[in-house]
Write a protein that binds this ligand. Structure first.
Ligand SMILES: CC[C@@H](C(=O)O)C(=O)SCCNC(=O)CCNC(=O)[C@H](O)C(C)(C)COP(=O)(O)OP(=O)(O)OC[C@H]1O[C@@H](n2cnc3c(N)ncnc32)[C@H](O)[C@@H]1OP(=O)(O)O
Ligand code: CO
Length: 134
């Protein structure tokens, strides 16, 4: 069911500073930032030859990553995103297998304009999993 690795996400307390670190210290190509209020984050993407890195900081009240950053003051690996062909079929299979699909279970449109869903980290070895339909 899961396909390519779409991105690995790192939550950061200061997106501008993290962007500068990647650009100047790691020579990375970093996109312009995208504010995504429906997701409660602002993100940039770093394009690598074989995948992407998503840097994200909280946006607005009630950001889903606020508590994570309280626990991890310098930031940290936040989630991993796998690609799927059919996100509703994947959701239904996972839910029937006992996995917790986060939110109301309906896909939202993510940063790439594609439907995304999240699976509870406790069901996947302590790792927050995002699925993106491509
Ligand atoms: C940019 C758009 C999109 C894209 O297109 O790529 C995105 O990536 S949006 C990214 C931001 N949105 C989300 O992360 C949505 C899904 N996340 C959530 O709903 C919440 O973050 C969460 C997973 C429910 C956790 O929220 P939190 O407030 O931290 O809840 P708890 O404190 O109750 O945590 C429960 C439990 O899980 C552990 N935890 C939390 N976050 C993570 C994580 N990222 N990785 C691993 N483990 C995590 C937390 O430590 C708690 O564990 P225990 O203390 O042992 O119970
Ligand atoms: Co993501």
């Amino acid at each position: 069911m899961i396909g390519r690795l779409n991105h690995v996400a790192i939550a950061v307390p200061d997106l501008a500073s993290a962007t500068d670190t990647y650009r100047t210290m790691l020579g990375a190509e970093v996109s312009e930032s995208q504010a995504l209020p429906e997701h409660g984050v602002t993100v940039v993407f770093i394009t690598l030859p074989n995948t992407k890195i998503e840097l994200l900081e909280p946006l607005g009240e009630g950001s889903p990553i606020a508590a994570f950053l309280e626990r991890n003051g310098a930031g940290g690996m936040h989630h991993i995103c796998y690609e799927v062909d059919d996100i509703l079929a994947a959701r239904d299979h996972l839910a029937s297998s006992g996995a917790r699909v986060l939110g109301d279970g309906e896909p939202k449109i993510g940063a790439h304009g594609k439907p995304v869903l999240f699976l509870h980290p406790k069901d996947f070895n302590g790792t927050l999993v995002e699925l993106e339909q491509v």
